[in-house]
Design a protein around this ligand. Sequence first.
Ligand code: KIV
Length: 277
Amino acid sequence: MNSGNQQKSAHVTTRRLLDMKANGEKISVLTAYDFTTARILDRAGVDVILVGDSASNVFSGHNTTLPITIDEMIYHAKAVVRGVQAETSRAMVVIDMPFMSYQLSSEEALRNAGKIMKEHECDAVKMEGGRIVADTVKRITDVGIPVMGHLGLMPQSIYKYGSYRVRAQEEREAEQLLEDAKLIEQAGAFAIVLEKIPSKLAEEVTAQLTIPTIGIGAGPSCDGQVLVINDILGLNREFRPRFVRRYAELDAIIDGAVRQYVDDVKSGSFPSSDESY
Ligand code: KIV
């Protein structure tokens, strides 16, 4: 699918993200789950594409991220990597490790991270958790697989917490999160997602780490921002959390287009002679 005249740009690497933080250049991250969207995101210049386990919700319609399997994540990842390769091949592609693919033991986590990395040419894996996964992060990064951490609201633990409310609002939890972030950095992670925590805390974590922080509902001081592509495009009309900025209202646009198509088919105005052979 590569057109041949597509300008290839320097692929975004973990080193590049560190430099961006050092130079004060913000990092743009969006999720994608399929070939077509990945092509558009790479062409538009997004720095990092996250194949999030949010695919479980927004792609497969589950209520949580827990049901998605490692093979389903690999299916999405392969499509996204193909999309990036078909465009400028600039964006870094990070794959979420799904629930229970890294929690049982460091050995199994390493095996699964290796499986994800070997099946296609992605750049890194992401996993949720602080001190509890620090040894696992070290084990995986030691063999050369880059790991992105994820702290604050961790959707894979939703049944433990029982709500999607803002995390680390109390001092003790905030201190713990800061310690966790440092542990994950020491374990070798190249970046950390901070989800739904107070801006002030995100600012402090960002200042104390050398590696970039990528915020989602964590305020403007993070080194980068991540959002779910379906959310910024307005594909789910009911979902309007405060931290999402909508750049399009595709739900309404698609609804209108499909209604028009149905009308045209029913009335016989589609296809016209110009649209026929
Ligand atoms: O799964 C996902 O999309 C994520 C982002 C929201 C950070 O983890």
